[in-house]
Design a binder for this molecule. Sequence first.
Ligand code: SF4
Length: 256
Amino acid sequence: MARKPILSPTRLSTYLACPVKYRWTFVDPRGRVLQRAKWYYSFGSSLHRTLEELYRRDLSGVPIKEAVAETLEENWISAGFHSPEEAEEALAEGRGILTTFVETEIQKPEGVEVLDVERRIQKDMGEYILLGVVDRINRRPDGSIEIVDYKSLRSETKPEDVRNDLAMMCYQILVRSLFEAPRYYSTIVSLRTNHTATVEISQEEVDLFTEDLNALATEILNREFHEIEPRWKPLCADCDFLPLCKRHEDFHPPSG
Ligand code: SF4
């Protein structure tokens, strides 16, 4: 029996940004040779991997600054930076961001139980498998579940951004399939400033989102990607696949 297709928040948001980009990234192998490493993915992955490792370690009595510096260096990815100096600057910034974050979060758990970090969860949605990696799952003292996502480049997140975040709603579906709780929350931590925004998500909101998600999945899974004509949009200017799209006779980048 054929394996079901997998959809993740990354795949879904790539499709929503540009279906042609989805084609070159996930469907047509000709796109692979053009994909370049991005410094912001390297930076984000380095911070995520470091936090995962720190959460799994017992940090009691350990000097936080040194532990963060050591763990970040071990997990540092420099692909995509324009120069060693740029990578070094980012490493120093990452060290500062994580030291502040770990000092406030890990040293003051406030009765919150960390159930898991970087948890990979998949759920059979019928026509497809929904897959996501959740940064952190907390059980709060009142028994509720809090899904935490770190944004490494953001300085602030508004509550409505959390509520409308596609990845966070996917995580709500995934986490609810594993952990029962009376209430569920979504939290986004903007690592640059340690700013946090939390909202409670109801079952009704998840049900509505699931309907939209299934409709989007059906569209993606039935799309004839080779028939889609690329159209110029602001995103194109910095897109790896511009050389491929430029070959299309009706694709017209703005002149000048
Ligand atoms: S160049 Fe533009 S149309 Fe082509 S894949 Fe990239 S974003 Fe989409």
